[in-house]
Design a protein around this ligand. Structure first.
Ligand code: AHR
Length: 507
């Protein structure tokens, strides 16, 4: 049995829980929009074509903000194609995903859907094939009340009131050679600066996210952030981060420790932001929008799927990267959420990519059912329970040896404290493949606490670490009671099963 002692003190807090950490992402990619959130003719569709079964699962999962419409897609997208009478909208070739885009779903539909889903809209502009003028036109279209060309067009298209979109991304992954209209850091930094200025002249209340590195392995990582922020620090509010994790060559130990990489990646970007801030004598603080993160088996995409898509020719909404998530994947997702929460002082927005079907916690079939993947559960629990302040934890744990990260703690944890309700919630993973973990929580300064609830996501009876939720067996993996959690002499004791992510609520 491995062991861990976590000391939690009410005086050691990091930040208010940034509620935008529980964001998601809807891209015009594969079946995320078409047959995902939108499927006219489906038995569950409402009069606008929104799938009610999918909407119910989205509301249950509880994302607070959703990035739209891409992703790689946005770098070749004309937003004007997606507004106005549907019959008049052009059918286009989307080069990013080798797909036919009908434009039946666009900005108005997404804003309506987001209202139904009770989420904030985070809109990305195209800085791949387009530029400042289209970006500022879109802000005017979306946010200006009326009396100008673009705002009156919105009104004629059926939306009398402005959409009032506060959060905007200045393009997507423009450091990547795969990106349509990719750029050098110098080219992008100047474009981002001037586009930000033009957009804020239309609506000074908006918040802007500049593009950071597409991942930590990019050869330009670090220098990209430095150059871009040197140009645009004063004009932007956040810099983006993207990271996808997967198991490499059967090395499950390292996969379960990937939050170590996420922690280091975030710390590196914070250091770069602050170096630019210091050198430029800026007073305002730029923070981080981690607007794409998840587990994604990119081996499969790169070795099989991308070729299959091209070979199949141009089609509408092909099946693309519809990964099926296992118990292990969900535990890793839980640890990535822990990492984001631990950095709540600087990571203010995060978007799990994506929401439905495309590497998603929710799956749906055309004309068929919708169901929750294993990865739905850590997101749902943390989005619902992480309230108040993020706590700074002192973790003392048995070490596990990994190929990629050396020795790492056997547990990975984050916690929040809601002063109003008095609730402390601890989110804790046991990364070990075989050993249960004997966990002690030493909570100081909170007074008498009792265990209000304790649940875990782990290997189900009769299953293994690869067990998944499938269309035919949608409920094999979920949150189940974690037995035996008790308070002994003022400390909380629990036994965490191997490969598990648990939530302990103390009242
Ligand atoms: O989420 C899938 C894709 O991953 C996005 O379109 C892109 O931004 C990233 O490379």
């Amino acid at each position: 049995m491995s062991q861990a002692r976590i000391t939690i003190d009410r005086d050691f807090t990091i930040a208010d829980v940034p509620r935008r950490l529980f964001g998601s992402f809807v891209e015009h990619m594969g079946r995320c929009v078409y047959t995902g959130i939108y499927e006219p003719g489906h038995p569950q569709a409402d009069e606008r074509g929104f799938r009610r079964d999918v909407l119910a699962l989205v509301r249950e999962m509880g994302p607070t903000v959703i990035r739209y419409p891409g992703g790689n897609f946005v770098s070749g997208y004309n937003w004007e194609d997606g507004v106005g009478p549907v019959a008049d909208r052009p059918v286009r070739m989307d080069g990013a995903w080798h797909t036919i885009e009908t434009n039946a779903f666009g900005l108005h539909e997404f804003v309506d859907w987001a209202r139904e889903a009770e989420v904030e809209v985070m809109e990305a502009v195209n800085l791949g094939t387009r530029g400042m003028d289209e970006a500022r036109a879109l802000v005017e279209y979306a946010n200006h009340p009326g009396g100008t060309y673009w705002s009156d067009l919105r009104r004629r298209n059926g939306a009398a009131d402005p959409f009032d979109i506060k959060l905007w991304c200045l393009g997507n992954e423009l450091d990547g050679p795969w990106q349509i209209g990719g750029k050098t850091a110098q080219e992008y930094g100047r474009l981002a600066q001037e586009t930000a200025k033009a957009m804020k002249l239309v609506d000074p209340s908006i918040e802007l996210v500049t593009v950071g590195s597409s991942n930590r392995q990019m050869p330009t990582f670090g220098s990209w952030e430095h150059t871009v922020l040197t140009h645009a620090y004063d004009e932007v509010d956040y810099i983006s981060m993207h990271a996808y994790y997967q198991e490499h060559d059967g090395d499950t130990e390292s996969f379960l420790a990937d939050a170590v990489d996420m922690d280091a990646f975030i710390d590196g970007v914070i250091a770069t932001i602050d170096a630019v801030k210091a050198a430029g004598k800026h007073t305002k603080q730029v923070n981080i929008s981690f607007d794409e993160w998840n587990v994604w088996d990119q081996h499969k995409y790169n070795s099989v799927e991308a070729d299959e898509i091209e070979a199949a020719g141009w089609k509408q909404h092909p099946r693309l990267i519809e990964d099926t998530y296992s118990v292990t994947d969900a535990v890793v997702v839980g640890t990535l959420l822990n990492s984001l929460l631990r950095h709540g002082d600087r990571v203010k927005i995060a978007n799990q990519a994506q929401l439905v079907n495309v590497i998603a916690p929710i799956r749906s079939e055309e004309g068929g059912p919708a169901w929750r993947q294993t990865s739905f559960w850590p997101f749902e629990r943390m989005a619902r329970l992480a309230k108040g302040r993020v706590l700074r934890l002192a973790v003392n744990a048995t070490q596990i040896s990994t190929k990629r990260y050396g020795d790492v703690d056997a547990v990975d944890a984050a916690a929040t404290w809601d002063e109003e309700t008095g609730r402390v919630v601890v989110f804790v993973a046991n990364r070990s493949l075989e050993s249960p973990n004997d966990l002690t929580l030493d909570l100081r300064g909170f007074g008498e606490l009792r265990v209000a609830a304790a649940e875990t996501l782990t290997i189900p009876d009769g299953g293994d670490r690869l067990t998944a939720n499938l269309e035919t067996a949608p409920d094999r993996v979920g949150m189940v009671a974690l037995a035996g959690v008790e308070v002994v002499d003022g400390v909380v004791r629990a036994t965490l099963p191997p490969v598990s992510w648990s939530v302990i609520e103390l009242a």
